[in-house]
Design a protein around this ligand. Sequence first.
Ligand code: NDP
Length: 338
Amino acid sequence: IPSSIPSSQKVVLFNKTGGPEVLEYVDFAIPKIADNELLIKNRYAGINYIEGYFRTGLYPAKTPYVLGREATGVVVRVGSAVKGFQQGDKVTYLSGSTFAQYTKYPAVGNLIKLDAKADDEKMKLYSASLIQGLTALTFINEAYNVQPDDYILVTAAAGGVGLILDQLLSKQKKAHVIAIASTDAKLQKAKEAGAEYLLNSSKLSQDQLVAKIMEFTKNKGVSASFDSVGKDTAELSLAVLARKGTFVSFGNSSGAVPPLNISRLAKKNLKVLRPLLFGYIAEPEEFRYYLQKLFDLIDNKQLNISIYKVYPLSEYKTAVKELEGRKTSGKLLLEIPQ
Ligand code: NDP
């Protein structure tokens, strides 16, 4: 109820770019909503690798920059022109500034109302699956439409996006997943998620990785590489693609991919994409279509969302050190103080 909304809130932000040390857990004004907006009291917010790109300056950010990209929470204020929402509605949504107790968001954006019965577990699960789940789901259909029996390379195969890719590729698309990760424990997780071939990037040289992948694919190479690692794996991805293969380069976990001379694509008639999730869910119907698919997969237990750890909002710094230090697998979540 409005009267219980305090005048300030806790958020995680940065004022200058740098390592995790620039992160601040501070008091901040609660946003004022416009007529078409909702004020949402967040319950859980998902952590994504992209936060670090803004923090380090790889992507531009206006400071003070409140981090966060997705959350689940409860509507506590409704703009006067908003239809179809009321206080107390549970919602899950994609928006900036969700590492905060309160976030404002337009009622007609990338947001959906949850069933009133959605319990805390479900709110947790939905917050944990939005960006990474939608990324995996849209990319395997639109960046490269994966076909049964395709051989597909997945880098960071035990990461948040990685574990979802492994499952959807193997179970929904019936493709053969070749997983790369940096420890045997991570590879075991990828295997449980459906990966068929496991490659440990800390034990094998680039040449050995190429040789193994060519062996697994009977010298044909992979139909696509879903490569979020970037700088360290781009050459590997290009080397192991089959004729007419697709390089889906979608992240920079190890750094940005250096400029690519397109004439290098000629030898194998390759395609290269650098997609963003938001380019596939820009229209409300696209967002709803994929979100419904994602939630159906989760609700029907066809997709497991593996939560690594739930951290209090105040501990984001610890969480991001573990994420960027390659210690984690699956999803990291923040619990927002109520
Ligand atoms: P992850 O859980 O995958 O974490 C990153 C993983 O990258 C690490 O666990 C690590 O796995 C691997 N990695 C490889 N090299 C490095 C390095 N030098 N430093 C740190 N990590 C490294 O994160 P997310 O699931 O949140 O995101 C995965 C990637 O997908 C990110 O690059 C992200 O930006 C991108 N992404 C892109 C989207 C888009 O729209 N284009 C949308 C969503 C995510 P290992 O130790 O096994 O190598």
